[in-house]
Write a protein that binds this ligand. Sequence first.
Ligand code: HEM
Length: 460
Amino acid sequence: MNSQRNLVGLRFLMLGTAALSIGILFGVIGSLQFLFPKFLEQLSFTSTRPLHVSLVVSWIFLAAIGGIYYYLPNKCGLPLWSERAPRWHFWIFVVTGLAILASYLAGKFGGREYFEYPAALSIPIVASWVLFGVNYFKSALRQAGQWPVYLWMWGTGIFFFLFTFLEAHLWLLPFFRENMVREITVQWKSYGSMTGSWNMLCYGTAIFVAGKISGNSEIGRSRLAFCMYFLGLAGLMFGWAHHTYLVPSEPWIRHLAYIVSMSELLILGKILWDWRASLDCYQKNLHCNAYRFFVATDFWIFANVILAIAISVPAFNLITHGTHVTVAHAMGATIGINTMILLGSVFYVIREELPMDVRAACSRQVSYGFWMTNIALAVFLASLVLAGMVKGLYSGGAFQQMMMEIRPYLAVFAISGVFLMLGLWILLFNAFRLLWSILRKPVDHATGPVAAERVTAQAG
Ligand code: HEM
């Protein structure tokens, strides 16, 4: 009997791994189209870019949502208020997602940047977040006493996603649509805050899983973690300013916004750094897959902060803004930080649900995938930064000539992108396979081998 476990979250994790696997393929096609504009002409860059971005961002949401649906009932002792709502949520996501992909493939665009599908498809997205939000708060409010920081982060992320998603649709009202500055300001403001909302979901997940691996629940209640939460909240509400370069604003507002989001990242980096130092050898090996993704997250946090500080220096910003350096910043954060955290979370869930001994937990394939992904990512980001700098410094006239100058960097970008894709595919394939085997044959945690292993581990 396995009635105690609620595995609905695993469906979201599986869907997330599938979305990312397909999404990166469109990224690779897009990078080849930089080099050979006629490559796969039927599927132009106008379609491959939104296909890539929508699928990889779906991965971020699906993996974060799946984690929350899994952790609340199974790890936080907070049974879901509704067990049926996540199933609805899942199917709404699948059907709407397929409709969005079909509209991109058919070249039918209707919305604004990042939400380029016909706007009516946003209605089911809103409905699914309302379902998720109500279920989350009804379940989390069962927690007696003070909430640990991750419950605040998840709740804040859900609320602000819904808020900013609705805000991103204000262009539907003539008051906003008929004034370009007003429309662009609101649009980019909402995007800036929306990234803050998914960061809340991811950082909450990182703190939760780190606490579970170390067995130290204080990580989620520490002053440092709450300090990070409030900085993140301030960044989310006011820190969108560095996403609104397109519209006139006072420079100090942008600089303050930058300082807030960078300090938030630095605190997360410090929490993970301290957490790493606190683990003993057994804990590291027991969760060896999840552990290494968090170590990688820490590395990429520092690399991203350095890049972000560099591109916020006015003289440097003048050269790099709107070039591939900005894309490196976006992908550096979504791959290096969000994706690494979420892969750590997925492998933590797998480890918790699958009975395996400590040695088997560190699979060789995951190890290959991990190193291939991280090494390729370093080359990938460096080539984007160099392409952006050469573009920014280019003083000649013809666009064509400038493109010839950055071509070698774009070639390295595309080749490293292929390796990045292969590395991620190894990881995602393994995760998908293991999640599938768990869903097909859930282990009885009360009497099965997991329980036996726990007893042995405790005795040891
Ligand atoms: C975990 C994997 C990945 C994530 C999370 C990710 C995320 C993103 C995001 C958020 C953007 C939008 C950037 C912006 O608007 O400034 C983007 C753009 C892009 N990505 Fe990725 N990406 C991933 C992997 C890849 C791979 C493997 C490639 C292959 C080379 C790739 C190629 C591209 C291209 C060509 C663009 C468009 C850049 C432009 O518009 O100039 N991505 N990606």
